[in-house]
Design a protein around this ligand. Sequence first.
Ligand SMILES: [Zn+2]
Length: 310
Amino acid sequence: MSASSHDHPELGPPQLAEVADGVFAYIQPDGSWYINNTGFVVGRSSVISVDACATERRTRAYLDRIASVSKAPVTMLINTHHHGDHTNGNSLFGTATIIAQENCRAEMIALGMPGNTGIWEPVDWGEVTLAPPTLTFADRVRLWSDDRPLEVSYVGQAAHTSNDSLVWLPEQQVLFCGDLLFNGGTPFLLMGSVRGAIDVLANVVAPIPARVIVPGHGAPCDPGQIGTVTGYLEFVLATARKGISAGLSPLDLARQTDLGDYDGWLDRERIVGNLHRAYADLGAAGGVNVVGALTDMVAFNGGTPLSCYA
Ligand SMILES: [Zn+2]
């Protein structure tokens, strides 16, 4: 496979948005599988980054973009959660301190670096190596960019994953919320909890007086997106309840489900993984087999690997 097969110029280049003075969101179109958002805060002599990218190529392009704004080194890198699109590029941040909730470190080490498993279209990951967090916290930690605080806090329970953390700049009213919110893409709860995510969005995220929210995927948004995503999660739970009563497997249920307004969201096959997780949340026997759920997503996708433009 040639490297150019991963260029996907039709997606358009990443966009840099200065969402507050010295606070940048780096938005990678189109926000589908493994194409995440990052961001950074520029101080006088150092830069703090929120997340890395999925591949060497994408992470190097991001670092170049930071360097076009500030010649200062990135001294701290926050991981909002352990998923590879947000952490695979960690090793390219040199001596930066890598900061995350303690479960993030454990999950990254357990998962290891990605290969090409047949679940997704093959990806050229490049030269990236496992670089777990070097500073972990249980609940929260406050970082400083000169005199501006960044409040990094664990959401307190499983939601998108077991280790989701928010990055909140109270003075700028900017919230980086990782994959607790998607904008234009289907939320993905397989490694977390549908119920937990609903609770976290209502009781942890919504009370934050954010002016701008940078979601994990898709364009920056306002707090209205919390309701949009919660609507989808409630739909998943309600669908799962019907499927459990009808004795359907998550895959068969997904095949019978009209996604309605959600059908146009990117990566619609996530409904299958989300139903697997919702079944477990609702107490269905057997728990969640992640590999089995991913395999069901491929089946839902007509047996072909899930599209991946990373
Ligand atoms: Zn994620």
